[in-house]
Write a protein that binds this ligand. Sequence first.
Ligand SMILES: [Zn+2]
Length: 307
Amino acid sequence: MLSFKLIYDHRYDLNLGDHVFPSQKYRLVYERLLYGKIADSSDFLPPRPAQDEDVLRVHTPEYVRKLKTGSLSHAEIQQLEIPYSRELIEACWLAAGGSILAGQRALQDGWSANIGGGFHHACPDHGEGFCVIHDVAIAIRRLQSETAIERAMVIDTDVHHGNGTAAIFAEDKTVFTLSIHQLHNYPFIKPPSTMDINLPDGVDDEDYLAVLDEHLREAFSDFTPQIIFYVAGADPYREDQLGGLALTMPGLARRDALVMDYARKNKSSLVITLAGGYARRVEDTVAIHVATIVAARDAAAKQAAGN
Ligand SMILES: [Zn+2]
């Protein structure tokens, strides 16, 4: 049994078939956590869908109306790069509710993970790059609205820049956004985060970890978050089809441990969201996400031991 909760719902799976976005990964991560005896069924909590009021703190009424009534234009659906369906909208509202619940539980237990979410490309008035609505921003705005927190940090290690996060919090000093990503990759327009780490192609474990450590140190000397949303993309992996960095699985696990160390030392709650992962073998993407949960288990144990 874990000392923190995992948020998951079978409806996170969009059943996209052989699409490059392996939405079956959520179910596979869940099964691997359970059958690998990393978690037991009592560690999982089901999310409730976000309320429209929550979504509207981040997204425009016009965009939300189009999503709910199925009236996106052909171009808007193309920009999403996944097919529109009622199930898609249900899954996205659930994932946003999952990140809200994970935020609430992390404030209570120190740690939590949404076995989904991390849809960092969603912008206030449109979705793009497999991201329909921005679950992390929705959760942060909800926690702020119920005065559970004032200050949040988003640490985004997905290989792609967190353009939606940067756009949503551009004018907001209460949310520190950090994105470490491959410069020459999607999205081609990268609005500035509070801190952007633009990596050249092919960066390996050692260079990645050194630069991330240096920037995390600087970020935490400027800002003291009460909660961190960790957008733990699996796509900096060397075998990723949509990424051009060269991290190994052990390197990605060290990345997770590094981010969690900063959370622990700075006494901040931490929420994990999965974000991207498009490895040639879906089992690799699943293994990387599972390793992130294992890293959280180990970090929570260290914290409990007072280290
Ligand atoms: Zn990505």
